[in-house]
Design a protein around this ligand. Structure first.
Ligand SMILES: NC(=O)c1ccc[n+]([C@@H]2O[C@H](COP(=O)([O-])OP(=O)(O)OC[C@H]3O[C@@H](n4cnc5c(N)ncnc54)[C@H](O)[C@@H]3O)[C@@H](O)[C@H]2O)c1
Length: 334
């Protein structure tokens, strides 16, 4: 298949590109590089062992997307492009609605104009909001607690309505839990600019000495050890989940919402412990007060992905930490 990956140079997109290319698909990466580096494209070429088509552009440029969809005879689109920093979305909601919602409208207009009707969308567990029960299954009420989550839910609603309007559409919304880790080569990984907002890249930078100390926000939650628990999923498992979703869509039209998680939660302290083992470094940490808006614990019910897509996330937290460390330690040597 010919597959367009919007935001394909970013963290999850680049790992998915490897999985798709190695399975023999033709991939086209489309990205405005607002949160990624062009060098990732050459690193991907090194991993895959062949050249990659990369188009620099913004998904809000509908005309450019139409040209790309036509020129490369695209069969399916995976729409990763978007902004994802919760705090920034609170400070600048218009930026988030413009990028994430307007960007998707532009993509859908381009797809309609070119009759490309197969789409996988990067949604998020953030759409669920405060847990009414756990694990979150796909029927759990949606009630996001920040503008980032609002943009994801709005796009989901639009996609549902689009699929209802025309039975030809094949749409999968994948609700990711907490992607971490890196490709085994150590060439690509999660490399946020500035101070990382997520646990794993933060841990990795404490381990290399780039950051002094990990602040653990809250150690008095009602969890196994008092620290927050999340459903961490290896980014390569997540990448394989996209390929499973594309295969599923080949045979099933309509609108499908599926969680991509492991179904298990890991605490901050358990992650620190695994990371220390993987890196053979002691991680300095201090306990800090709980942060507003942080949920104590959440994790996925992962059964639907297994039944519908024939996919499960099998890599361990230890593999997540060792691959993240391999990537971060090789980055710091450069
Ligand atoms: N990483 C996570 O924890 C997580 C969790 C749930 C959902 N998601 C979603 O998955 C998707 C990919 O996330 P990621 O972690 O790879 O993020 P990322 O920032 O690494 O990748 C996103 C890519 O999209 C590009 N981009 C952003 N706006 C664009 C635009 N208007 N036009 C073209 N390119 C644009 C960026 O340059 C970047 O390369 C996002 O939509 C994100 O919201 C991520």
């Amino acid at each position: 298949m010919n597959i367009l990956l919007t935001g394909g140079v970013g963290y999850i997109g680049s790992h998915t590109a490897v999985v798709l290319a190695q399975a023999g698909h033709q991939i086209v990466l489309f990205d405005n590089l607002c949160n990624s580096l062009k060098e990732t494209v050459s690193r991907l070429e090194k991993i895959i062992g062949s050249s990659i088509v990369f188009v620099e552009g913004d998904v809000r440029n509908t005309e450019l997307l139409i040209t790309v969809l036509q020129e490369y005879q695209i069969d399916s689109v995976i729409h990763f492009a978007g902004l994802k920093a919760v705090g920034e979305s609170v400070a600048n909601p218009v930026l988030y609605f413009s990028n994430n919602v307007q960007g998707t409208i532009s993509l859908l207009q381009a797809m309609q104009a070119t009759q490309v009707n197969s789409l996988v969308f990067s949604s998020s567990a953030t759409v669920y909001g405060e847990p009414v029960y756990l694990p979150y299954d796909e029927e759990h009420p949606t009630n996001p607690i920040n503008p980032y989550g609002d943009t994801k839910l709005q796009v989901e609603i639009m996609l549902r309505d689009l699929a209802n309007s025309n039975p030809d559409w094949k749409i999968a919304c994948l609700r990711y839990f907490n992607p971490v880790g890196a490709h085994e080569s150590g060439l690509i990984g999660d490399d946020p600019s500035g101070t990382p907002g997520n646990l794993m890249p933060y841990l990795a930078r404490v381990a290399t000495g780039q950051l002094e100390c990990l602040s653990v926000f809250g150690n008095d939650y009602e969890t196994r050890d008092g620290t927050g628990e999340r459903d961490y999923i290896h980014v390569m498992d997540l990448a394989e989940g996209h390929m499973a979703a594309l295969s599923f869509l080949n045979a099933h039209a309509g609108f499908h919402v599926v969680n991509l998680g492991t179904g298990k939660s890991t605490s901050v302290l358990e992650c620190v412990n695994e990371f220390e083992k993987a890196s053979n470094k002691k991680i300095a940490l201090r306990f800090a007060p709980r942060r507003d808006g942080d949920l104590p614990i959440y994790f996925a019910k992962a059964d639907l992905a297994k039944h519908k897509l024939g996919w499960t996330a099998d890599r361990s937290v230890s593999e997540m930490c060792s691959s993240a460390w391999k990537f971060q330690s090789s980055q710091s040597k450069q």
